[in-house]
Ligand binder design. Structure first.
Ligand code: GDD
Length: 397
């Protein structure tokens, strides 16, 4: 049996994703009309003998209850949310629930970061991992040398694919091959995490008896139950014939900033052409708007037949799109109203906003509109634009 674990973090993580994560936990923000975490979950469905999917995070339980039960029903796989009482780090979080995860006696455990956008070639990784025979295999992608320092950089043996060297977000360039945040492990990973945790505890105890100065420095280190997968596990295990790499040539992006959500929405919409064509609007029928390229429209949204939508547009629940509206490359969130003949290009229109008739909303890079309900009354508009600029400054600083 195989189980999959998706690390979803918590409210104190993902702050660069604000303001989009102010209303809804980042893992539930819609990309291509589906919550961000839906994409890795549905990729897990392709894993042979998958017994269970766990989401581990430190968000309030109630924020995930509804989603978890609806996705379990939809995909017919048990999905459970496990809540940490505090952040334990990407490996510590996994270790914290080891007993539950091992209940099914899985031979393999997939571990996925929730904030990556990928085609998630999981069955292919499992095959490769079985051939390599180590305790873990990491999904790897090639990125530009300039952007590599935002990720874990690694060097692998070109013949055996063994991980030889790993450095997390190094200041000087190491490699353009990076860690995609998608892994498969045997249950031995728990022993590796436990070793880090007990070493840390022993060192802290040793320092405590040796000198006051050392005690001070010990308090600056992490608690023994906080273990990071990258620095604490991958770096020390590199070059020991325990970890291997599987390189993907397919799309891969990290979703840390609001601007990336538009790009990732486009990537997932394009993927729907092959994986879920029924989710894409086809513009058939006399009452349908004109559709160009990949577009998702929630069944409860009302789009006027004279509107022209796409490419790369996703329209969420209960949105109302008026006559003559033109939407290009945007995410329209729940309960938005876009009035007649407005044009929205390269933007995210936030929950319950209203865009007045004949407006033009266009960003060169990325634009986020929210709190704009009743935007037609101009004093409210000014006040709200002030709010938006404040939030924008914070989220880009
Ligand atoms: N449950 C839980 N608890 N989840 C956590 C915790 C925690 O304490 N800490 C982090 N996470 C989750 C985050 O939500 C995210 O999905 C994942 O673990 C990794 O987060 P970080 O540890 O903050 O690392 P990162 O996203 O900056 O970088 C990692 O991912 C990159 C790929 O996206 C590193 O592994 C990089 O090497 C890698 O390139």
């Amino acid at each position: 049996k195989v189980v999959a674990v998706i690390m979803v973090g918590g409210p104190t993580k993902g702050t660069r994703f604000r303001p989009l994560s102010l209303n809804v936990p980042k893992p539930l923000f819609p990309l291509a009309g589906q919550p961000m975490v839906h994409h890795p979950i549905s990729a897990c469905k392709r894993i042979p003998n998958l017994a269970q999917i766990y989401l581990i995070g430190f968000y309030e339980e109630r924020e995930f209850t509804l989603y978890v039960s609806s996705i379990s029903n939809e995909l017919k796989i048990p999905v459970r949310y496990l809540r940490e009482d505090k952040p334990h780090g990407s490996a510590g979080g996994l270790y914290n629930f080891r007993d539950l995860i091992m209940e099914e006696s899985p031979s393999h455990i997939f571990l996925l970061n929730c904030d990556v956008c990928s085609s998630f070639p999981l069955p292919e990784m499992l095959d490769a991992h079985r051939r390599y025979g180590g305790i873990g295999t990491i999904l790897v992608s090639k990125v530009s040398a300039e952007s590599a320092s935002e990720f874990g950089e690694l060097v692998a043996d070109q013949t055996t694919n063994e991980l030889l060297h790993y450095t997390e977000k190094p200041e000087t360039f190491v490699s353009d091959r990076i860690n995609c945040g998608v892994y498969i492990f045997t249950p031995d990973i728990f022993t590796a995490i436990q070793d880090v945790s007990s070493n840390r505890r022993d060192r802290a105890n040793l320092r405590r008896v040796s000198s006051f100065e050392a005690l001070q420095s010990a308090t600056k280190t992490f608690p023994s139950d906080f273990v990071r997968l990258d620095q604490d596990i991958l770096s020390p295990l590199a070059g020991k014939k325990q970890l291997y790499t599987y390189e993907t040539l397919d799309f891969w992006e990290q979703i840390k900033t609001p601007g990336m959500s538009l790009k990732c929405s486009a990537l997932y919409l394009a993927q729907f052409r092959h994986t879920s064509p029924h989710l894409l609007a086809n513009g058939d029928g006399t009452k349908s708007p004109t559709i160009s390229g990949d577009v998702y429209i929630h069944p409860s949204a009302k789009v006027h037949p004279t509107a022209k939508i796409g490419p790369n547009v996703s329209i969420s629940a209960n949105a109302r799109i008026g006559a003559g509206v033109r939407l290009i490359s945007c995410i329209i969130l729940d309960d938005v109203e876009i009035k007649e003949n407005a044009i929205v290009i390269h933007s995210i229109v936030g929950w319950k906003s209203s865009i007045g008739r004949w407006s033009r909303v266009q960003a060169r890079l990325f634009c986020f509109f929210t709190f704009l309900s009743h935007a037609n009354s101009s004093n409210k508009l000014e006040e709200n634009l002030g709010n938006i600029l404040e939030i924008a400054k914070k989220s880009y600083s």
